[in-house]
Ligand binder design. Sequence first.
Ligand SMILES: Nc1ncnc2c1ncn2[C@@H]1O[C@H](COP(=O)(O)OP(=O)(O)OP(=O)(O)O)[C@@H](O)[C@H]1O
Length: 825
Amino acid sequence: MAPKSGQQKPASGAGPGNGAAPALVVFPSSLSARQRAFIHEVAGAAGLYHASEGEGAARQIVVGLQGARKVSVPANATSDADIVAALLEHLGLDARDRLPSTSYDRKGSGAGPSGGAGGGGDPTSVEAFVELSRKLIEMERAAEVAQATEETSMCSPETAQARGRTLLNLRVDDMEGGLLGRTLLTLVSNKGYGAGGPAAELPPHKFGPHDVVALRPSRGPADGPAVVSGVIYRIRENSITVAVDEAPEEGLDQPLRLEKLANEVTYQRLRGTLDSLLKARSGTAATPDGRLLPGGALLDVVWGRREPQFAAEAPEWKPLNTGLDDSQRQAVTLALSAKDLALVHGPPGTGKTTAVVEIILQEVARGSRVLAASASNIAVDNLVERLVRANPKLKLVRMGHPARLLPAVLDSSLEAHVLRSDNSALARDCRAEIKSINARLLKLGPRDRAERRELRGDLRRLGKEERQRQEAAVAEVIKGAQVVCCTLTGVSHRQLDKELFDVAVVDEAAQALEAATWGALLRARRAVLAGDHLQLPPTVVSDEAARLGLARTLFERLQTSVPTASAMLTVQYRMNKAIMQWSSDELYHGKLTAHPSVAEHTLRDMPPDAAAGAPGAGCKGSAKAAGSGGKKAAGSKKAAPAKAAAAPSEGTDPGSADALASLPVLMLVDTAGCGFEEQQEAEGSSYANPGEAKAVMAHVARLVRIGIPPQHIGIITPYNAQVALLKELRAQSVGGALEISSVDGFQGREKEAILVSMVRSNDGGGVGFLSDRRRMNVAVTRARRHCAVFCDSETVSQDGFLKRLVEYFSTHGEYTSAAELLPGA
Ligand SMILES: Nc1ncnc2c1ncn2[C@@H]1O[C@H](COP(=O)(O)OP(=O)(O)OP(=O)(O)O)[C@@H](O)[C@H]1O
């Protein structure tokens, strides 16, 4: 399969989500012979066109797709690092592992410090950090806009839909009021409308909850006027619900297309935070009413001018959650002792959020005012739910657009609190009076000038009073809150600009951009950051910005620079110990232990499950299902265990109990030698592997036959094209309860059985971003009782990390050839 020079084949290192359009990259003529040889070798292995053009000193290497747009690498970009960066940026070709002289931040990769600013280490001063961050944030904004433009306006609507950026031919299926004054529009596919039956499944797409979107006529121009815009509230397999401020009077009765809009507000706020950071450096960052932002004191700790300080004697505290394990108690003690900064490192399933909830409640108990923030709305909601459940009397307010909040936390939202307040009732009285004055004005004749003047005066007075009452209501609710919860960008909302706190607690801090994290940190005297830098980093669209340090989080760099301020949670409550041990040894220096309640659990001994087979059980986004012990809208997290061997359900095989009893915890399903080759998408850079997908579905069928309900099974694959393919196969077999997603879609979640489809199978050993340790760590550690890895062992073993994974699964689990799962294939 190795291509000859001049042959044109897809790049095997290119990853999905690498927004780069195909390119033909021209390298400068001044590269050394060694560098030229390296480029030929990498390009050849990836199956790309590569050739030398020109003569003598003007000879240049050209790599990429023939006929694609030409991109010239600048003449001064001649270092090894520049070459690797150009291959990655323009071709999605990851050659970082192959060139020892480059020390890169392997975007989304392994443990330890990742190089920060282009491999040159972290910025050494606040000023350098701000300068670099401004540049990287602008790069990221430009990349996001370019991606959106390219994927919508620059191509046909059908291509935009195929790329997941647009949904065409939708109709409004339902329009409901509520959601604190907003209107919810539920959109479904028009396909097959009128034929009766449920709406067709929506094509695969990249919309997510909370995206800002526009609805336009389906056939109109992509940049034409919108019928209405709003925020995505809910996503189901066959519908998307959008919350709009007000439903338009016309335009909704035609076929519609849904498009994502760039969210400029986030970037404005990040820039604002960077400005505040600089001011904090010079001691001038203040609230609009002139109070200094207390978090400025943290700068010296973060930039190494001062060690973090802790109370000489650890404060006494009585656990509110008496079930905390020792490592969780130590983390809480560390956080309560910290005078400036504490880190809680929570590997998968170790109860990080449980510890964070205790820290917040203990802080409140000792009189602190707490800012609790996280990068994503879903993580904030998870925290709010857990805090309110632990202490229903807590004075907590959840800031944010109601469409971005889970139904279960709406009652804690600012708007719900405000609606219940006295000032709000008075504001409503003003509104009613304004309405009646307007009605009277309409009835006045031309001669009633004096009365008109008087009524207009009343209107002005009432309008002002209504505004003041509303503002007072908002201010009162926020002032009275012991805990204010919001996203990190939400901290910069005008409503919070005068608020200061005793402590800022940031959950999921290893998924937050550093600039965003500072938004919260500047507002409080002390900070607690909780996260795991060995799981997925923040999503960054621009590979170049990620390489230069944008994906490097404050949490990650503090883990290295101030290890004394960090407490690691070491008992995990999710995985059978065989699943855990691989992750523990590979990423956490063997420090994890499995709690006895999970250490030996297998699919065989799942207790009877009332929810098994219940519609919606395990569906993504089901807030209710996430209610007890669950999190992050993951209906399946902590899902009640399935009906299994103890009582095989209807439709299961006779003898299923035996089959279940012999099912191993770990399985390595090898596709090597089966002829299942990877295939690259015709448009885009993602990969699929149809043969492997069939083997995965055969294993799903086997699990279902022996009594595991599909909602307890999850398939994870790093490649979107494989996600789409698996979903097609699912439609023909077990249906929607089986969840299939990329790794990102599963972070923070779990399933009883996880099947990982690695996809890559090629002669060149190209594994793209499979070698990313964090990504594979998240994939495997979603599994509670059973984990099956599907891969071509010959291809993936070219990478040392994946080779060890294959060996671990084969040694500690069952090794099967995919041919055994697909007899006759
Ligand atoms: N001390 C404990 N005793 C028993 N169960 C616990 C304990 N701590 C956490 N758990 C359980 O472990 C699971 C994971 O806890 P939690 O959601 O707090 O972890 P997390 O580290 O935030 O998870 P993730 O790995 O998804 O980030 C939950 O079901 C929780 O109830």
